[in-house]
Write a protein that binds this ligand. Sequence first.
Ligand code: HEC
Length: 158
Amino acid sequence: MNKSVVFAALSLVGLAIALPASADNDPKKVAIKARQGEMSLRVFNAGPLFAMAKGDMPYDAQLAEKLAGNLKALLSLDNSRAWMPGTSTDEYANDTKALPKIWEADSKIGEAGKKYKEAVASLAEVAGKGPDAMKEKANDLGKACKGCHDDYRKKEKN
Ligand code: HEC
């Protein structure tokens, strides 16, 4: 390869890297991605717990304890910056499902968050201690996720 071909190839690589990065220069989009990333980690860890509770997967004490512990560890992060105002479906219809009412003065999302935190804590206490105790708390956890989604996340289809 001569030099100019190598240079052209390198600049194409540079472009490929630079383009997505520049789309991420909007700090609000970065915040939206961060909270969606956190939600992905929630479902990644909660998914098998829900499956065990439903009987779709055999109960595994060690795994259940680990996953519930992960959910708890995720809550030890202060990700409040990921919920910055001006990042709802009103401003970013194509990027987010977070409804504007999250940021309204009378928003109860803090309560939904508190319920979630309590559900995770109760589950983490019993997750490794047998299928029955785990199942009940995993179902409560599912209700805590759903409760918040019903009120504050845009439905897939309206
Ligand atoms: C206090 C409110 C709240 C709780 C509790 C909550 N979520 Fe969410 N979740 C949201 C909101 C709001 C969105 C939309 C975020 C966005 O699109 O910017 C969301 C989005 C998601 C998404 C989609 C992420 C994406 O990539 O777009 C998944 C998956 C998810 N949540 C899973 C869960 C699971 C599993 C739980 C419980 C273990 C949970 N959530 C608990 C509010 C909550």
